[in-house]
Design a protein around this ligand. Structure first.
Ligand code: AGP
Length: 610
């Protein structure tokens, strides 16, 4: 949820680190800073607010000769967003500085020990405790590396940390435990960072680090060691195929808009290598039997994808499914004890703390865990028994869009794959209908590509009339109910307008009391078996002077203040047309209101703490 970067090479380090931080800003951006050695002293420059504030400060600093530096962009967990709490943090003797992403859970005890030894602290952060603990370790351990490892072994919790020292100005030390950290291997230069886009313009060669690993890097060399005993570890170097365009805006106003328009390609990429003729081939699942029951656990948008996937898994594969929010699941003492159960954790980032905790609980219960993730080598991806990558490419915008689309495609493919494994007559979908769904999925990218420009224009047109609303209902039934929840979440997190997603049949049990002309409703009225029911719910809302936006399909008889027609698809695939419409509507409202679409207030792309 913060972003860290370290560089050792031949280029001016500080501008490069700042540029890397810019590509990590989606991980948190309430303050930023950098540290480098200049004239035998540690120079630390930090600023509250966005990266521009740091750049302004750096403009008056002499840093041109530094060819090694560390940097950090922060999303506060310990200590308010303020310069004093910004990273890097220095030891009292200013010999070492560190940047850190994560939470040291026992930092209070460690701090008490250090205070008793005369250390002083200028921040409320756990990070400043860690850097002084390393400094304390220098007194008893044989080297800076050993002091670094010694201190980390005492730290309980999550960290991705990078250290710079006056005494070893050309060497960086880094380590990870339950927080992402990746090594970038260049020519005459090396990087370590929270995520790949930070250094992708300079190298595609990366080493994914595991928990409990320490990195030592200079401009010309790198080594990975085990935290426990500093024994050297062999690590493969992987080549990343993403080009920088994939992490840049590509001509769109915002990453979010780019990623909405990427959804056709995402569907294509999801299908690649996974459908053979009219058969789904999911090699990732071949080692696991079709579960007797499936527990889906996720957060936010990924949770909504899971709710949608339940319809397909139950209807097509006949697998009973429960779907739970990870932060509830992890404290519910879940009864997963039945043999044959499985858990599916869905996470774009693969680093969401609550979802990762749910995975670990499931594994403690001896239940196989399938991870559905977008980030290769992420913690969830590595700890699951089987991992399916959604192959959606980097999702930079804090608001998740294409990731949900990719999750839904994979849930559909899982449902078809498991349906095929059912004994004849026990699946909820025939081989012929399954083939039809596969054909429809293959045609979907072209249909969506063609529909998106008009969909965007319609979203822009309608959004202007509702941007002044202070409250919104989103209504849907059946497989559209999760979409209603998702539409409401998008509007909330992007435009800060209160919005509630509701099962439309539930309105009469109280919520309809809220409806009046100032409380509009966005209703999903698609061409499926439940359309007549949704239509009558819309009439109930209109009878109370509620304004209605009805998202519907051609030829359906519906009256609303704004009727928004999108191309029809057989349910539940119609969701792939409704989802971008919901995303574009919230995008246009937020952009019209001048909100920071890619980095909404108070949010971070990956919530790696509770
Ligand atoms: C979605 O727009 C939000 N940014 C948020 O709800 C997100 O989906 C949630 O934090 C889960 O993230 P994950 O998929 O990376 O686990």
């Amino acid at each position: 949820m913060c972003g860290i970067i370290g560089y050792a090479g031949h280029r001016p380090a500080v501008p490069l680190v700042v540029e890397g931080l810019r590509r990590l800003e989606y991980r948190g951006y309430d303050s930023a800073g950098t540290a480098f050695v200049q004239g035998g002293e540690m120079r630390v420059v930090r600023a509250a607010g966005k990266l521009a504030a740091l750049e302004e400060k750096l403009a008056s600093c002499a840093s041109a000769t530094a060819t090694s530096a560390i940097g950090h962009t922060r999303w506060a967990t310990h200590g308010v967003p303020a310069e004093r709490n910004a990273h890097p943090h220095c030891s009292n003797d200013r010999r070492i500085a560190i940047v850190h992403n994560g939470i040291i859970e026992n930092y209070q005890e460690l701090k008490a020990d250090l205070l008793a030894k005369g250390y002083t602290f200028s921040s409320e952060t756990d990070t400043e405790v860690l850097v002084n603990l390393i400094s304390e370790g220098m007194k008893t351990q044989g080297s800076l590396l050993e002091a670094f490892a010694w201190a980390l072994r005492q730290a309980h919790g999550a960290y991705a940390v990078c250290l710079k020292s006056v005494d070893e100005p050309d060497t960086l030390y880094a380590a990870r435990m339950a927080a992402p950290l990746i090594l970038g291997v260049g020519t005459g230069e090396n990087y370590v960072a929270s995520d790949i886009p930070a250094f992708l313009p300079y190298t595609r060669d990366v080493v994914f680090l595991e928990d409990g690993e320490v990195v030592m890097l200079t401009a010309s060399a790198w080594k990975v060691l085990a935290l426990e005993d500093l024994s050297p570890l062999e690590k493969p170097v992987r080549r990343i195929q993403w080009d920088m365009q994939a992490a840049q805006k590509g001509g769109f106003r915002h990453f979010m808009l780019k990623e909405i328009f990427e959804q056709p390609r995402v569907i294509t990429d999801c299908l690649a290598g996974r459908v053979d003729g009219d058969t789904v081939v999911l090699r990732e699942l071949e080692s696991l039997p079709v579960p007797r029951r499936l527990h889906i656990v996720a957060c936010g948008t990924s949770y909504h994808a899971g709710l949608w996937g339940r319809h397909l898994l139950e209807h097509w594969a006949r697998v009973p499914v429960s779907v739970e929010i990870a932060s509830e699941f992890r404290y519910r003492d879940a009864l997963l004890l039945d043999a044959g159960d499985a858990v599916l954790v869905i996470s774009q980032s693969g680093e969401t703390a609550d979802t990762l905790a749910a995975l670990r609980i499931a594994r403690e219960h001896g239940v196989p865990v399938i991870g559905l993730c977008n980030v290769v080598g992420s913690s969830i991806a590595r700890e699951a028994d089987a991992v399916i990558y959604t192959q959606a490419g980097p999702e930079i915008s804090v608001a998740s869009t294409k990731a949900m689309c990719s999750q839904m495609v994979m849930l559909a493919l899982m449902s078809l794959a498991w349906a095929r494994l059912r004994p004849a007559g026990e699946a909820g979908i025939s081989p012929e209908d399954s083939a039809g769904i596969i054909d429809a999925l293959r045609a979907l990218p072209g249909m969506l590509d063609a529909a998106l420009p008009d969909m965007h224009a319609r979203a822009r047109e309608i959004s202007r009339a509702y941007a002044d609303a202070r409250n919104f209902f989103y209504l849907g039934r059946g497989h559209c109910f999760p979409l209603a929840l998702e539409g409401a979440l998008k509007l909330k997190e992007l435009s800060y307008i209160h919005a509630e997603g509701y099962a439309s049949g539930e309105m009469k049990h109280g919520p309809i009391a809220l409806v009046d002309p100032s409380f509009p409703t966005f209703a999903l009225a698609l061409d499926d078996a439940l359309f007549p029911k949704v239509k009558s719910n819309i009439v109930e809302v209109q009878a109370r002077q509620g304004r209605i936006i009805a998202l519907t399909n051609p030829g359906l008889d519906i009256a609303a203040d704004d009727v928004w027609v999108v191309p029809a698809l057989p349910a539940p695939l119609s969701a792939f047309m409704a989802l971008p419409a919901l995303q574009l509507f919230s995008y246009e409202v937020a952009d019209y209101l001048g909100k920071d679409v890619d980095q909404p207030r108070n949010l971070a792309k990956s919530v790696t703490v509770e």
